[in-house]
Each structure stands twice: as C-alpha cells, then as structure tokens.
Design a protein around this ligand. Sequence first.
Ligand code: SAH
Length: 342
Amino acid sequence: MEKIDILSLTRDELTNEICAMGEKAFRAKQIYDWLHVKKVTDFTQMSNLSVQFREKLSRKFCIKSLKIKKRLVSRIDNTVKYLYGLSDGEAVETVLMEYKHGNSLCISTQVGCKMGCRFCASTIAGWVRNLEPSELLLQIYESERNSGRHVDSVVLMGIGEPLDNFDNVVKFLQILNSDGEGMSLRHLSLSTCGVVDKIYRLAELKLGVTLSISLHAATDERRSAIMPINNRFNLVKLMKACDDYFAATGRRISFEYSLIEGVNDTDGSADELIKLLDKRNCHVNLIPVNEITEREFRKSRYVERFQKRLLAAGINATVRRTLGADINAACGQLRRDAKSEN
Ligand code: SAH
C-alpha cells in the first residue's frame, strides 16, 4: 500500500488519520508541530513520541523531500535560484530574492503549464502534472534550510498556473496559515493569468491572499493575441472578478504588465490601460519582457515613458527591478534548459 504524504495533510485531516490509528488528538498537534514548525525531515526526530508510535507512523506515512538539482547564486544581488528535483524525477524552479523589506520566495505550482501565454518559457514544454501541497510547502522549507535565510513573503509566480491547481494550492495556504501560527497570508501573493471562475472561489474562502493579475494588454484583441485564457474569460469578466475580489477581501489588486516591443508598449496601449483601470484602487507592476530564445518578443525601449504616462493619469505604477539577471532567473528557463541538457 502506498504511504500517505503526511506533509500534504491539513491539520484536520491529520487529526482524523491519527485518531483512526487509536491515538489521542493531541498527538496530531505534536506531529503537525514537528512537520510545519520545527520542519523535521524524519519521524525519528519526533522526540516526544514513543519509538513504537514513530515506527507505526513511518509504516503508514512518508515525509517527502526535494532534491537540489541545481543552485545558482547571483553575484549581483544575492538572488538564489533552485532547480528542485521531485520524487518522480520531474523538476521545478524556486527563486529566493532579497528586498529591503525582507526575503521573498517565488515558488512553482505545477510541472509545466497549460495556459499557453505566448511570451512565457514555462508553457513551451507543455503541462506534466500539478504539484502536491507538500511540494509547495517544501519549496519554502528547503530554501530556508539551504540558504539559512528566513522567508518573509511568498509569491506564487513560478512555473504553472496556481488557479489551475486550485485544491492543492488552497490546502497549501491552509497549512501555511493554520491557527495563525504560520505565515500570515497577507504576505502571500497569488499570480494568475485570469482564471475567473477560480478567482470567485478564492474570494469565497476569504483567506486574505493578495491577488496579482497578469494583464499584459488592455484590449481583448491585443490580450487574446498573446494570452489564450482571454478567449475563455475576456477583460469584462476579468475586471468584474477583480472588483468583486477587492469588495469581498479588501485586498488591493496588483496588475502585472510585461512590456513587449511593438506589441503593448505604445502611448496608445498606455491609454488603453489607463481607460481599463479607471478609478480602480490598484497597482501596476511594469516588467520589461524577459526575452526567451524560442520567441520573437523583444524588450520594450519605452518602459519609463509608459510608466510616466500611467503616473500622470494617477495610476500607481512601478517598474519591477530585474533580479538575478546573471543567473537566468526568469520563470521556466532553468527547467527547460535542464531538460534540453538530458
Ligand atoms: N500562471 C501565473 C503565474 C506564473 S507566471 C500567471 O500567469 O500569473 C509569473 C509572471 O511572469 C506572470 O505575470 C507572467 O505573465 C510573467 N511572465 C512569463 N513569462 C514572461 C517573460 N518572458 N517576460 C516577462 N514576464 C513573463
């Protein structure tokens, strides 16, 4: 019988499992503490449990782990990029970045991606599978262990579409935040290309997660040309979902806008964006597009000009600092490079 992945169980699920073994509920609390607070990697380390019980646990459950397949450290800004090997031989990327306000970790949510955004490296080799809650948590635990740095905030912005792995991502959030002991979800941002039905489901859960929308274009024609998801959920539906999310959670929405030469970087495109975001309490993050070899898209030369136009219209817009430029830190590139080396 396959062992249960214990790190993927929520507190309630673990309690049910432990009680079903004829043990008292407080044992589950002890185990949960070992797993998610002390972050041990083996049952033998759970020193307040009897040897017999620990053996029983290790027959029923497994504690998963990640293997560091590659680790690149930027000489420019200390950014660390990990390629983590999973138990089935697949690999995903995690990036640890230093900011003035603390360390931020960008984690992957799927092996590959189905969304097909034209400019994105994660989608090129297609989608393989969803990551389990344990594999999402372990990206944090392992990066902290390896780097010796504390992760202050997490962004779900690595490989994959988090809302396309909804149930596992929600479980991950619940475990991370359980009983208010873990990380406050105010320090967690979830980035989505715009899976509208799931934005509503996330709002209903009232987890307080910050939502980041990958917008990249402000008319349906322009957006559909680079992001297939726009054919399923157009901008009217997406913006309505954003307004409803803000109304339900009080969390201000961030919009990501990667500037691509000749595609979405003209004054006209800026004006379209100003019109779309009119009177909304939001923030726009401008990113010079990361050039990838398989695609013809080039970095815009008009990033500053675009930003100035938004600011002049009263829209809060910043340009994202490029981190880890010397280690190819853009999402999906390391996994793809590792695959082509095989
Ligand atoms: N699927 C989610 C999260 C992963 S992508 C989403 O779409 O939001 C993380 C962010 O990087 C998204 O805003 C995505 O649009 C952007 N991105 C992907 N490839 C990029 C590239 N080549 N240059 C700049 N940004 C890119």
